[in-house]
Design a protein around this ligand. Structure first.
Ligand SMILES: [Ca+2]
Ligand SMILES: [Ca+2]
Ligand SMILES: [Ca+2]
Length: 554
């Protein structure tokens, strides 16, 4: 979809140049953006158009035609929704004899529970033949992070007991005769969005084990499921070592159900085979949701800078409702879960052209990362999205404006494959205050055909532009490539190695009439130093192609 230059806005571009005094000199001044919000802001992103005659675009997306994700694009939540089950019968800590239910595990150097746990132990009780005043009694040991979060919550991690009389469809918290120690557990609010779930937290000390009794008389005559429901938040558990590394969560032993006439309906000390009435399982994990979105400049704008390269839209992931007010996604925001969310591009067919020489993806972005837990990933799948290879993740802290980072990746390894999937993925981990935001615009997937022998194949030098010899030449590792334009033109200036492979794009966009000089630092598009050897600088303006040889000697 290259073409359609945005000619209507060229006048604005010229105003920008006049106000800043910026002339297109050097690599930094390429491709002035035409979607300026204020004249003095000059962006450096190349437009979608290119004059490179042997380049074919497979995807060229500026997100500007709709406020929804384009067709074939999808925002997908990769949050691990199938969590392990940790409730288990263990001899680690029992009320008597051997065996007790334990909501915990022995991890790498720690024993207890982890962050963002939701562990549920269900006990199905058939009370259809029960009579009279009926109760559940058991012994428990409890040890979980407690402190004072913001009201109405009064502890962080903890456990509560619920019942269901409709087979598990709906649940109600029931209160023991001994009453709960806390009135609102933050972890349940974090996971379910519900305050005022009471329960146990902290550590029982005197004695370590306590007896708990629930009145089940209201459920006599039917079936009831009793659920021991444990939840932890994102932070401070034995898993991350910030809390007691032996914080052991919840132990349950010597469970009995009976009535005041000493009829017994259920009994288990967990010393024999597991009774079928028990059902330990992980609770449902609430997905973080599909966070990638299309935004325009009504979106909160970090630092007041434009939210797109091409107007009016760009792709974005972040939380505009963040308390920071800059659109940053804060993983520690009390209403939000750790983020693991990707946008997948439409499938890419790299098998359709036998002359395909190089294949690439590039995009423009504006991003902010905390350098600790806010990650940007670029992944590729060659099995239809079943498994993904992490090509790169970027972690270093900073705020990166449009054009500050060269975002392009070679897809050469996938040439010949008919279904190549790529995704941009954002993650924030489980610790506190991890954050990022990420704007993406002008995503292009393209390939070039055989570029060897280019000098003989393409039209002779035209009159509109002149490419000059590089200086110095030979060079180590930096040189300058100069050219003169007779009129404003769409220009690309690229470096190819001796085998004809594209190694570096120096310019790709609209340049003004006059003399231009572009620095080449001997590095490829990913910033890696190139080896000594012969390179070709290739200037394309309109339909003319000119080349000049470069020799790097180290
Ligand atoms: Ca026992
Ligand atoms: Ca915690
Ligand atoms: Ca756009």
């Amino acid at each position: 979809m290259p073409g359609a230059p945005l000619s209507l806005e060229i006048g604005i571009m010229r105003i920008a140049i006049a106000l800043t005094g910026l002339v297109a000199i050097g690599g930094a001044a390429r491709a002035l953006d035409v979607s300026l919000k204020t004249p003095e802001v000059v962006l450096e992103a190349p437009p979608l158009t290119s004059a490179l005659t042997d380049t074919t675009w497979l995807i060229s997306e500026d997100f500007d035609t709709s406020s929804a994700l384009p067709g074939g694009w999808s925002s997908i939540d990769y949050t691990d929704v199938i969590a392990p089950t940790y409730w288990n019968v263990n001899d680690l800590n029992t009320y008597g004899g051997t065996g007790a239910w334990w909501c915990g595990t022995e991890g790498d150097g720690w024993t207890g529970y982890g962050n963002m746990w939701r562990q549920q132990l269900d006990l199905t009780l058939d009370l259809s033949s029960a009579t009279g005043i009926t109760g559940l009694t058991y012994w428990q040991f409890f040890d979980a992070e407690w402190a004072n979060p913001e009201p109405p919550d009064d502890t962080w991690d903890g456990g509560t007991v619920r019942v269901s009389t409709d087979g598990g469809t709906t649940w109600s918290v029931i209160t023991p005769q001994q009453t709960y120690l806390y009135s609102s557990i933050y972890a349940f609010f974090l996971q379910d969005g519900t305050h005022d779930i009471p329960g146990w937290s902290g550590r029982l000390t005197s004695p370590d084990w306590e007896e708990v009794t629930f009145n089940l008389t209201p459920y006599v005559g039917g079936e009831v499921i009793v659920r021991f429901d444990f939840a932890s938040d994102k932070f401070a558990s034995p898993e991350d070592g910030i809390y007691d590394p032996a914080l052991s969560a919840w132990f349950i032993d010597d469970v009995a159900v009976g009535n005041t006439s000493l009829d017994v309906y259920f009994e288990d000390d967990m010393e024999g085979a597991l009774k079928p009435e028990w059902n330990p399982h992980a609770g449902p994990v609430t997905p973080s949701g599909d966070w990638w979105d299309i935004v325009d400049d009504s979106h909160p704008q970090p630092d007041g800078r434009p939210v797109y390269v091409s107007a009016p839209n760009a792709l974005f992931i972040g939380d505009p409702a963040s308390s920071q007010g800059d659109g940053t996604y804060y993983a520690d925001d009390h209403e939000l879960r750790p983020l693991d969310n990707g946008v997948e591009l439409p499938p890419i067919d790299l098998s359709g052209d036998p002359d395909m020489e190089t294949a690439s993806i590039r995009w423009q972005e504006r991003a902010k990362r905390d350098g600790v837990g806010g990650y940007q990933y670029f992944d590729v799948s060659t099995d239809g999205g079943t498994s993904w290879q992490e090509i790169e993740y970027r972690l270093e802290a900073g705020t990166f404006d449009w054009g500050e980072e060269e975002i392009s990746y070679s897809l050469n390894a996938y040439i010949g494959m008919s279904d190549v999937r790529v995704r941009l993925r954002a993650g924030t981990g489980t610790g506190p205050e991890h954050y990022l935001y990420w704007y993406v615009d002008n995503v292009e997937v393209f390939y070039t055909k055989d570029a060897t022998g280019i000098e003989g194949d393409l039209p002779a030098i035209g009159g509109k532009a002149a490419l000059h010899d590089a200086s110095p030449n030979p060079f180590n590792p930096r040189t300058r490539v100069s050219f003169t334009l007779a009129e404003t033109a769409d220009v690309s200036l690229r470096i190819f190695d001796v085998s004809g492979r594209l190694v570096r794009t120096l310019l790709d966009g609209r340049e003004l009439a006059g003399d231009h000089s572009v620095s080449f630092d001997g590095r490829d598009n990913k910033g890696a130093a190139l080896p000594s050897g012969v390179y070709t600088a290739r200037l394309v303006t309109g339909e003319t192609v000119q080349t000049t040889r470069l020799l790097m000697l180290k």
